[in-house]
Design a protein around this ligand. Sequence first.
Ligand SMILES: Nc1nc2c(ncn2[C@@H]2O[C@H](COP(=O)(O)OP(=O)(O)OP(=O)(O)O)[C@@H](O)[C@H]2O)c(=O)[nH]1
Ligand SMILES: [Mg+2]
Length: 227
Amino acid sequence: MELDSRLPGGPVHRLIFAVDIEGSTARANPAMGELRRILYELLDRALEGAGIGSRHLEPFTDRGDSVLILIKPHDDVPKTLVLGQLVPILTALLAEHNASVARPELRMRLRAVVHAGEVYEDNKGFYGDNLDIAFRLLEAQPLKKALRKAAASPLALVVSEEIFNGLGQQGYIDGASFESFQVRASGRIYRGWVHFPVFEPTAQRQNNQDLTRVPVPGAVLSPVGRP
Ligand SMILES: Nc1nc2c(ncn2[C@@H]2O[C@H](COP(=O)(O)OP(=O)(O)OP(=O)(O)O)[C@@H](O)[C@H]2O)c(=O)[nH]1
Ligand SMILES: [Mg+2]
């Protein structure tokens, strides 16, 4: 079969990570503006803490109260690093932020999704069925409900079946700490696996900084390695 050379950019394989603020439409615009500033700051700090730099990343896609981050295939950034470092660090930073702000409207809870697959790009941005799946999972009612019920957790993570199976079968995640639900995307049923990351305070993590490639105590994964 001949590929259509007019098709721009793609498919290329990317690790898909996206977050969405819970209840953003209940905020007034000034608070939302502040939350957006905080969200980007925490994402930058979490990425830096996990050792994920601009050379690994596509430009962020802004979605109002949500950000899409696409990570290029790179030996330095295995999926285990995203689940074992990026997500727990972001969760810890959120918890610290929420504990430090007096105004309740500036507290922030996030839903996060991790998926991987081929994506397409044109001069307006990225698209494709794998992004549809990731955002169906991120917007799914069972995930929203799970976060509402978990009042003490600042972040609910959903991983796609591919991620769950890939890492679970290799023993990188504790499958018993994930619960599944189903969504429909592109005419098919997809399963998502929800997890509430356990995290450690930043101070403790900084003490462990020379151990960045070693399992974080209480993080999603054990051990951190390459899938
Ligand atoms: N700028 C921009 N805004 C968007 C985009 N997609 C959605 N929005 C806006 O983002 C806001 C938040 O949407 P939701 O996440 O569905 O609303 P929410 O109140 O946070 O609800 P939950 O996330 O379900 O708790 C809405 O005001 C949308 O109009 C986008 O791609 N760009
Ligand atoms: Mg939202």
